[in-house]
Design a protein around this ligand. Sequence first.
Ligand SMILES: [Zn+2]
Length: 275
Amino acid sequence: MLIDTHAHLNFSAYKNDAYEVIKKTLEEGVFVINVGSQYSTSVRALEYAKKHDGLYVAVGIHPLHLQAQKFSYHDPDEIEEVEIETAGEIFQKEKYLELAKNPKVVAIGEVGLDYHHFETEDDIEKLKSKQREIFLEFIKLANVVKKPIMIHCWDAYDDLYEMLEKNPVEKRGVIHSFVGSFKTAKKFIELGYLIGLNGIVTYGISYDKLIREVDLKDMVLETDCPYLTPVPKKGERNEPIYVKYVAKKIAEVKGISVEEVEKVTTENAKKLFGI
Ligand SMILES: [Zn+2]
């Protein structure tokens, strides 16, 4: 059994066939945490979860949704470049608290810091401090509802570490889509966090060293679908069932069986999210 700990079936990429994809995913025995990036997608993730066993939710605001802007979601290894327009989301504390209390909500996220996508004309220091301010609000929320946190972080691991060290999340959480070095991973692991790995690790050998060095007990698997489709499906829209290719890559690099990777990472996810 596998758990895709970070998916976005609640995004518009699935607006025509979300229920078909959910059905197929659950039939394959894959459980999913659908992650909100703003209020509307958090609500939609919860709607889906209420109707299906095996679907869970994280509610939050992606740091890039805090500012009104257009940006391209672009990974150097992805074929597609997707234009995303964000309106500048306001953090509504009471509304998020209401969502977060729901038993199907197993984490607060995705929230965090993204210093990668700033434009040269942006007031960068102001945007960074806004991101830190709202991230802190979500850390507090996680501690109020006693749930773990699902963290998005790009080009900001130092600031993230400092914030998590100063403001501990009682239930800890996941550094999702981790792309740092083992040295950085180790610091978060020592704080009690798990490392979320996805299709990025299947693109060549860049992350083989990280895979070898991070202990299985400190990892969870994810897809971040519709983005970051793993090899050999790269080029297609990503789906939760492709999390098996992430497991396969980890098994190959570590020289262990896929079953063991599945078993241990699924146990990690179950324990952290109370699934
Ligand atoms: Zn995501």
